[in-house]
Design a binder for this molecule. Structure first.
Ligand code: ATP
Length: 230
């Protein structure tokens, strides 16, 4: 579902953010992306979202080679990728319902379908009763769940999360991880960037480790199809 083939990203001539990164995440796989600050985690996620383009190598998402993707196709690819951020980026001048509905409105989904799908997503994250509230009235953990509902409301096959449990206590983090696990069980490919080693160890899932832009664990061999760290 997500494949990196010898991917290198250079922001400028003397700084390489990612160096010859190779990995493949299958349908329904849940993996963590970890590494020190500046190791290249956000850069890797941005390449999947086509917010950045590789300097060399190839990124393939859902069988689509992103390198050759024309600019006008980028919004269509993004619809297949749900994104959860640490600060959840909710709009505080809109209700919970309206925040979750946003991706569907952008896609031009019919209003009666929007209601059904938003409520299904809110039900999934346990917030159906709070649809009319303003996100400001919710706890941090609840706000994060609204962000997750918004990320999955259009049922994307890929879910990316950047430090999704950064501000949450261990119990709330475990609840969020449970949600991600459930999404992966229904076939969503989930990649979670985090510094939270305790959480990663507890989950016992595949772990992609970046070190100064190199994938030092959890990736695939560059040639011949051999695998390590899986
Ligand atoms: N737009 C940019 N222009 C120039 N350099 C950049 C840009 N974005 C990232 N970098 C550099 O690329 C390297 C990797 O950054 P990246 O943000 O991917 O790391 P990260 O692992 O996500 O770090 P953190 O955990 O602190 O968020 C860093 O040295 C960073 O300074």
């Amino acid at each position: 579902m997500i494949e990196f083939r010898q991917v290198t990203k250079r922001y400028d001539s003397d700084h390489t953010a990612l160096r010859q990164v190779n990995f493949h995440l299958g349908r329904g796989e849940l993996a963590f992306l970890t590494g020190h600050s500046g190791a290249g985690k956000s850069t890797l996620l941005k390449l999947i979202m086509v917010m950045e383009r590789p300097t060399a190598g190839e990124v393939v998402v859902g069988g689509q080679r992103l390198n050759s993707l024309p600019k006008r196709q980028i919004p269509y690819i993004r619809r297949h990728i749900g994104v959860v951020f640490q600060n959840h980026q909710l709009l505080f001048d809109r209700t919970v319902f309206d925040n979750v509905a946003m991706p569907l409105e952008v896609m031009g989904v019919a209003p009666r379908d929007i209601g059904r799908r938003v409520r299904a997503a809110l039900d999934k994250v346990g917030l159906l009763s709070k649809e009319k509230m303003n996100p400001m009235q919710l706890s941090g953990g609840e706000q994060q769940r609204v962000g997750i509902a918004r990320a999955v409301v259009n049922k994307p096959p890929v879910l990316l999360a950047d430090e999704p449990t950064g501000n949450l206590d261990p119990q709330l983090s475990a609840d969020i991880m449970q949600l991600f696990t459930e999404f992966s069980q229904v076939g969503v490919t989930v990649l979670i960037a985090t510094h939270d080693i305790a959480l990663i160890n507890k989950m016992g899932r595949r772990r992609l480790t970046l070190d100064h832009g190199e994938l030092i664990a959890g990736g695939s061999a560059p040639v011949g199809g051999g695998l390590n760290g899986r």
